[in-house]
Design a binder for this molecule. Sequence first.
Ligand code: NAD
Length: 257
Amino acid sequence: MQGISDKTAVVTGAGSGIGRASAERFAAEGANVVIADVVADTGRETVDIIEDAGGDAVFVEVDVSDPDSVEEMVDTAVETYGGLDFAHNNAGILTGFARVTDIEDGQWDRLLDINLKGIWNCMKAELPVMADEGGAAIVNTASEAGLVGMGGLASYSASKHGVVGLTKTVALEYASRGVRVNAIAPGPTETNIQANSGGGNTDPTEFEFDTSAMVDVPMGRGATADEMAGVVAFLCSDDASYITGHTLPVDGGQAAD
Ligand code: NAD
């Protein structure tokens, strides 16, 4: 893809799933990649994978719900590679299925802090570095649950609808300042987080893919993380130079149903 080589990208949640695939894709396209994750072991594994393939990456431990930590992530990009061109703000969690009245305050707050406030924290830190340089792009990971309601996922769906609204608004604010801002809305994707939605456990690194979520996909299967990574790369590339403010469903046809 044109326009990615020799640029710098930061990917949050890059230790696993969609984030790791996105980081690998940025590196394969010739970008330097800042691998940001709250889990250091898996984040460093992603760096190893990229370096073994001949790419350039650096790890930074970040909790996206903590603004100071996110500032350090952006500082790492600037200090290591001299700037920041692309951001895939992707880190997110599920806390398991529960009726809205059964969600505990702490669970609600934690999920919103990571999935929605985390994206705000990231864009607040990234935009001052990216604005007015030209050719910059942000891709936020929303979800199909950010476009329609999903029973049992009230806090998750609320957070992802918030990501869609935030994406549109920031796109308007930076359209004339050289930063395009879009989101992807993945359908069920083969990562550890999917099984997490059935288990109620909050550790996103422990689970296998739950195939029951594939039932309502017109294409009859879940996505691979690589299928998300390709769309993220496209949205950052020169081929998407006139696209901003959109949330692109990458969902095997779910949004058409
Ligand atoms: P995953 O669990 O494989 O990866 C998520 C990564 O985010 C993990 O490496 C985890 O350590 C990291 N993370 C969690 N909390 C963090 C925090 N506070 N700070 C920094 N990093 C943190 O899951 P995934 O499926 O790859 O999820 C990536 C994104 O895709 C999430 O935003 C998720 O909501 C979204 N999504 C996933 C699916 C799916 O079916 N897998 C569908 C729609 C949307």
